[in-house]
Design a protein around this ligand. Structure first.
Ligand code: DSN
Length: 433
């Protein structure tokens, strides 16, 4: 950062401070991770200079000889990683990937059945303030009140009642495995597309540690930066054929008709985006390559092991976990039973250098800005190198902070923070930077 330090010391200093924050604290936000230095280099490369509207070998600008090779590598690698028929790697992020999926197969105001945000879904799965809720008629399913797991009777009931164009599976705060085949069976009964947003679990899917949506879903969207540990971005996988498009009036439509892969590509460009971020596409190519390695599978296994350590420690301490535990990289803790709100719990943990986020729990009676839960994930700490023994220490600090009133006095907080900082010092982050 020598040049930045000279030319814009204000920004350079803030980047340095953020690096220091990432290095010293314990990152437990379930959607965050730490990329490799190779990915950082690709993201920070001169590829940012190039305009490449269009797709490989079909660009609206000259000079794309090498850009085409980079984007083609990204496409081929992600197809190999997920055994997908078609891939689009241009989505700037998960929101754009989801927007393109809807745009590809729906008319405005068509009905889509998705997982309620209040039960673990995502903003772009139909929240009224989001483009998704404003542009499409979203209806939702949730979790069973007792098990806090997806209620497939309700999915089926809602699907039959509303006859949605798309049934959308996938979540941002759901600690359990998702049975995509069950969604597919329901989609088939009502003639709906099955779309899966696998953003949170993409790394687990890539390594066979979570049921795979790719064989059963028409469209799979994802981010690249969560368990998949790539740069902040998105991508879309799909089948080539559009099994539900029977065409309209052949005389007018046949020539214009496209298969599903072409519809996805046109939805991204020119439908929603202009020039792709080729520096990020290069970084995604690097990430997909990393995810194909045996080390990546071992990393994903450790993510799950670390989450189980937390589950066992929290259960033993009497903390209620939504759905009773976890099958993936994240846990939802009901802190209301500890006399806390989610905001207070997040702040208390911030003060001991453990970064988490407040989160609604199913059937929450509190408000989104101060809900009953917090969400914890293990992907980032596992990248740092923490294993079972260290996760126990992290769990103990969390338990102490959330449960013991004494742990909230100034001295005890300082001691707990010191414990976290000392632990994290043993796992250097980006020592070369
Ligand atoms: N905002 C992300 C998360 O934290 O889950 C999802 O996009």
């Amino acid at each position: 950062m020598k040049n930045l330090q000279t030319n814009d010391p204000q920004i350079a200093e803030l980047i340095q401070k953020e690096l220091n924050r990432q290095r010293t604290g314990a990152e437990m936000i379930a959607s965050e991770n730490f990329v490799s230095t190779s990915i950082l280099e690709a993201t920070g490369s001169i590829l940012t200079n190039k305009y490449a509207e269009g797709y490989p070998n079909k660009r609206y600008y000259g000079g794309n000889e090498f850009i085409d090779q980079i984007e083609t590598l990204a496409i081929e690698r992600v197809k190999k990683l997920f055994k997908a028929e078609h891939a689009n790697v241009q989505a700037h992020a998960g929101s754009q990937a989801n927007a393109a999926a809807y745009f590809a197969v729906c008319e405005l105001h068509d009905t889509i059945l998705g997982f309620s945000l209040a039960h673990g879904g995502h903003l772009t799965h139909g929240h009224p303030v989001n483009f998704s809720g404003k542009s499409y008629n979203f209806v939702s399913y949730g979790v069973n009140k007792d098990t806090e797991m997806i209620d497939f009777d309700e999915v089926e009931k809602q699907a039959k009642l509303h006859k949605p164009k798309i049934i959308l599976a996938g979540a941002s705060a759901y600690p359990r495995q998702i049975d995509f085949q069950k969604f597919k069976d329901i989609a088939d009964q009502v003639g709906a597309y099955l779309m899966v947003d696998m953003a949170h679990i993409a790394g687990l899917v890539a390594t066979g540690l979570h049921p795979d949506p790719v064989p059963v879903a028409d469209i799979v969207t994802s981010t690249t930066h969560k368990t998949l540990r790539g740069p902040r971005s998105g991508f879309i996988l799909s089948k080539i054929e559009d099994r539900l498009d029977k065409g309209g009036n052949p005389s007018t439509e046949l020539r214009a008709r496209k298969n599903l892969a072409q519809k996805i590509d046109s939805a991204i460009f020119p439908g929603l985006q202009g020039g792709p971020l080729e520096h990020v596409i290069a970084a995604k190519a690097v990430a997909f390559q990393e995810a194909l390695s045996p080390e990546f599978k071992a990393y994903q296994k450790q993510i799950l092991t670390n989450a189980k350590v937390l589950e066992n420690k929290f259960k033993a301490a009497g903390i209620r976990l939504v759905s009773g535990g976890t099958d993936n990289h994240l846990l939802l803790l009901d802190v209301s039973l500890l006399g806390l709100g989610g905001q207070e719990a997040e702040t208390l943990l911030d003060q001991v250098a453990i970064f988490t986020n407040k989160n609604m729990i199913p059937y929450d009676t509190r408000k989104p800005m101060d809900p009953s839960g917090i969400r914890l994930g293990t992907a980032a700490l596992t990248t740092r190198g923490l294993k079972e023994a260290e996760m126990e220490i992290i769990a103990e600090v969390i338990i102490d902070t959330l449960i013991s009133r004494q742990a909230r006095d100034k001295k005890a907080k300082a001691e707990n923070k010191e414990k976290v900082l000392a632990l994290m010092q043993n796992f250097p982050l980006y020592p070369e930077l």
